[in-house]
Design a protein around this ligand. Structure first.
Ligand code: GTP
Ligand code: MG
Length: 195
């Protein structure tokens, strides 16, 4: 989809703040700093519409981006960031779980992992959790521009194996800097949402 119009409809922390539309929704989940907001920006063709930061813990609410009045991207707070207080982490966890398990409009979740390394235990738990709730997932390995071309295959297998991906879950190598993988991610989103 070629995106011209997008707005941040709401930064929600509770279900009664979610948009009251029936647009299909795609959520982006993953560790803090993995590149969720950066992926959002690439998908909507903006530089820093979703605020990004080299400091982890930037996104602290469920941010609903209305894309062309056709679908929403939901950018969520990252997990696994030790400097966020325990209380806040619990609140984030509850908020994300509530959204992912109860939102009827949710058509799929993009799970981002750092393409430079093996997925963490938190990443594995997140993937298993999505499987358990039968939420369709796409795995995106980010920051692949930082990996030499001859190591891409190795990283791809490492992510695949460590997460134990099933046949229904595609894996895309992605770079927000080079926009590598952009079209493939959009293709999956279009398939999931029917837009
Ligand atoms: P939280 O909101 O804290 O959960 O983080 P996030 O997952 O939204 O990460 P964000 O998009 O803010 O990116 C974190 C940092 O990684 C920023 O400095 C980005 O510029 C950088 N980054 C994100 N994606 C890429 C990528 O594909 N390649 C490179 N080289 N850097 C990236
Ligand atoms: Mg963010």
């Amino acid at each position: 989809m070629e995106v011209h119009n997008v707005d941040l409809t709401i930064s929600a922390v509770r279900p009664n703040q979610y948009p009251q539309t029936n647009y299909p929704e795609i959520a982006l989940v993953g560790r803090s700093n993995v590149g969720k907001s950066s992926l959002t920006n690439v998908l909507i063709n903006r530089r820093n519409f979703a605020h990004t930061s080299s400091q982890p813990g930037k996104t602290q609410t469920l941010n609903f981006y209305n894309v062309e009045d056709q679908l929403y991207f939901v950018d969520v707070p990252g997990y696994g960031y030790a400097k966020v207080s325990k209380k806040k982490r619990e609140r984030f966890g509850q908020m994300i779980e509530e959204y992912l398990t109860q939102r009827e409009q949710l058509r799929g979740t993009i799970l981002l992992v750092d393409g430079r390394h093996a997925p963490t235990n938190d990443d594995v738990s997140m993937y298993q959790w999505l499987q358990y709730y039968n939420i369709p997932a796409l795995v995106v390995a980010t920051k692949i521009d930082k990996v030499k071309g001859n190591a891409w295959n190795r990283q791809e297998s490492l992510v695949n194996k460590t997460l134990g991906l099933d046949k229904q879950t595609p894996l895309i190598l992605f770079s927000a800097v080079k926009k590598h993988g952009q079209a493939a991610v959009w293709e999956w989103i279009e398939k999931q949402t029917g837009v």
